[in-house]
Design a protein around this ligand. Sequence first.
Ligand SMILES: NC(=O)C1=CN([C@@H]2O[C@H](COP(=O)(O)OP(=O)(O)OC[C@H]3O[C@@H](n4cnc5c(N)ncnc54)[C@H](O)[C@@H]3O)[C@@H](O)[C@H]2O)C=CC1
Ligand SMILES: O=C(O)CCC(=O)C(=O)O
Length: 466
Amino acid sequence: MSAEQISNTFQKAMNISGSPNAVSTSPTQSYLSQYFPGGNQQKTSKALKPFSTGDIKILLLENVNLTAINIFKNQGYQVEFYKSSLPEDELIEKIKDVHAIGIRSKTKLTEKILQHAKNLVVIGCFCIGTNQVDLEYAAKSGISVFNSPFSNSRSVAELVIAEIITLARQLGDRSIELHTGTWNKVSSKCWEIRGKTLGIVGYGHIGSQLSVLAEAMGMNVIYYDVVMIMALGNSKQVDTLDELLSKSDFVTLHVPATSETANLLSAPQFAAMKDGAYVINASRGTVVDIAALVQAMKSGKIAGAALDVYPNEPAKNGENLFNNDLNSWAEELTSLRNVILTPHIGGSTEEAQSSIGVEVASSLTKYINEGSSIGAVNFPEVSLRDLDLDQENSVRVLYIHQNVPGVLKTVNNILSNHNIEKQFTDSRGDVAYLMADISQVDLADIKSLYEQLEQTPYKIATRLLY
Ligand SMILES: NC(=O)C1=CN([C@@H]2O[C@H](COP(=O)(O)OP(=O)(O)OC[C@H]3O[C@@H](n4cnc5c(N)ncnc54)[C@H](O)[C@@H]3O)[C@@H](O)[C@H]2O)C=CC1
Ligand SMILES: O=C(O)CCC(=O)C(=O)O
């Protein structure tokens, strides 16, 4: 897909005009204009460049979409791209000198790996989940992390709708049978989904989108969430997980991987479900105790399951990778009837991936070039309005520090020989982030400013853009 086609797709999706004279205040419109030259909006702000211009190196793993590669290349960054994730030792070597890394769900960025990332400024998760990154360690090291909070939500919701019907009609089994020559025309224990109850655990972006689709198919929807959330359509929030389990014909999970959601469905929860109910998990592999699910299916309590995610997943595509060496119950699970197993493809559609590519690459570029951390998942969210084109002797100071008293006094003392045009600071936990635009700065001053800021106590990282 060309940049122009993607731009058009976005304009359609956002319902904005692509005509040459159109005026839009949509952020999507403005970032598209910035990254795809020839767009319809004049950019009048000054383009900022990182302190060491032209040296930005980006490592992209796990087949991150071409839309992202194009955005980075248009910026002049050096891009190294891999289709799969990398083994730990290779990743440690590669991460040593890059400024940004783009991953999806497979690459684990642990403290051990991040310790080697001496130049890393920003991590882009080209997906929703961020549990694969040690977010706290990253923040304490001055590395901000961005994700794509909803670009693949619809794709997951549509997959789940397909799975509900597939399970209710035992389509997986019928298809496997016919592929091996067996004609098995049966209606016993095959159901319509109309009038059945769907229980959604986690009513966020995906859960709520699914709710609307399921009601359109004639299902009754109930949901359980740890926070009160407005019900869409005729759906109803229930007070406890047990209530949801006891009332649902289909239970589907859309919660993040946290310590609270680990084994959220295990033997007691399967026992609390209706006889012959179905289980769907497209959230994270840790959320369902799969060994317990296998037992519940063997006993006939659970009539079918669709799983897209697993506690351990192969790092790359290939044959014979899903086996007992990876997960001890793999062979028992694959031998069961009416079990749909997919290789973590909930968000794997052309639409979702190209949209995620634009969204996350844009966040990373904005953070690298302008310092804006709006949308970061582990970091104080700070931004300043653009510098004007005529502000020639201005420098943008980006200063990440430990959140302790007295730091601003020290920093402003260092900046005090210049005019502070604007300044904004915020903190999140132990980490604080200050952005300031200062004017009347000679090029010769930049190095000295940088060195003084670097020498301050409580400093985590300093960048100067000009
Ligand atoms: N299979 C795939 O390819 C994909 C999987 N995912 C997974 O789906 C998860 C959910 O995605 P979104 O809907 O976008 O997240 P979201 O953050 O919009 O919604 C999650 C909801 O779960 C609720 N929640 C958290 N802990 C809970 C608990 N213990 N019990 C009940 N509710 C709880 C939250 O309050 C929130 O409303 C992601 O965290 C990700 O792990 C996301 C995209 C693709
Ligand atoms: O598509 C991927 O690689 C991961 C999708 C996912 O699980 C997410 O967005 O959290």
